[in-house]
Design a protein around this ligand. Sequence first.
Ligand SMILES: NC(=O)c1ccc[n+]([C@@H]2O[C@H](COP(=O)([O-])OP(=O)(O)OC[C@H]3O[C@@H](n4cnc5c(N)ncnc54)[C@H](OP(=O)(O)O)[C@@H]3O)[C@@H](O)[C@H]2O)c1
Length: 364
Amino acid sequence: MLESTADDEARMDEALALAARGRGATSPNPMVGAVITNGGVTQGRGYHARAGAPHAEVVALEEAGESARGGRLYCTLEPCCHTGRTGPCATRVVEAGLREVFVAVEDPNPRVNGAGLAYLRDHGVTVSVGLRRAAASRLNEGFFTVQRRGRPFVTMKAAISRDGCIAAAPGQRTALTGPASATHAHGVRATVDAIAVGSETVRVDDPLLTARGVARVRPLVRVLFDTRMRTSPTARIFGTLDEGPVIVMTTEASVRAWPRRAAALEASGARLEVLPARDPALALSRLVAHEVCDLLVEGGAVLQRAMWDAGVVDRVRLYIAPMTLGAGAVPWMTAGGFSMADHGGESRKLGDDVLWEADVQRVD
Ligand SMILES: NC(=O)c1ccc[n+]([C@@H]2O[C@H](COP(=O)([O-])OP(=O)(O)OC[C@H]3O[C@@H](n4cnc5c(N)ncnc54)[C@H](OP(=O)(O)O)[C@@H]3O)[C@@H](O)[C@H]2O)c1
């Protein structure tokens, strides 16, 4: 066991910062960062830039070259020991002659899951696990949730009035929040793998569900929860297929009942995900095959309530506007479903709005 010092913590923090450069680009892979030192001097740095690109350890090893021999590796995730799109990193670490390895957290992928650590130890490398474990787990909450729960990490997002409503009246599109919230929300859209909404939101708002004003490197998957397939084949979202696929969650019974609706949506470019039952947890598990690790559920209240009741919400993010909508407005999940007071959370000002965020289920 290696004792860690303040210098080791600083090196692992640097590796975490490197890993975060891959945000929004690595799914279905995790973000990983690596730093190599020898004699206390940094010899190599690396991060996993996108799925299919070299792993962080390999990038750092290539930069370090011969100066890695006898040195130390700081890695935010257990080095892999299997051959995926790239070769096994644990082998490369041993071949490069590194003597000591700090790993922040074990890789829960069943193909690794301690085998990378065992390989290193079996080949005489001294390994220490757990330095900055919590930060490393949170960095990859999407990847960890897929590996452990078989579904993406789910953030439920809503813009609400001070009296907890999402629209002024049923069927009415209502602008609530200001430009600072919009900028923030599009920044989040730039990094998640997918956005989901309920069919009523599609019918009322006819949203594009794209990330605007920000750079995005991967396709953005849009998921419409629309069992009865009431989405119009001419909905605006079908004009944005070059941004990423549009998946419609429906059921076998609905496709049997409304075959023409199913055919029309497919003709518009939708991909139907046909479930045996209208079950949010089952729908989420289907998204793993679409390489979705981080999902943002943007509304409306009916879909979010179903997700909440199914116990599949990991984080709640609210943009709270400084207005009241009063009687007749559409309440968010506050009526008997969700209480901000039960969840602590953190808030900060965003222009005239307040951003409030709380973890419901944590990965660390
Ligand atoms: N302020 C905000 O942040 C915000 C965000 C979004 C929307 N909105 C507003 O919210 C309103 C629409 O929201 P809404 O709550 O009425 O409807 P919604 O949640 O958008 O959609 C509800 C529909 O989703 C479908 N659905 C599919 N799978 C489901 C499941 N497992 N559980 C439950 N529903 C499922 C159902 O239709 P099927 O039976 O056909 O499946 C259901 O009728 C609009 O006024 C919109 O402008 C506000």
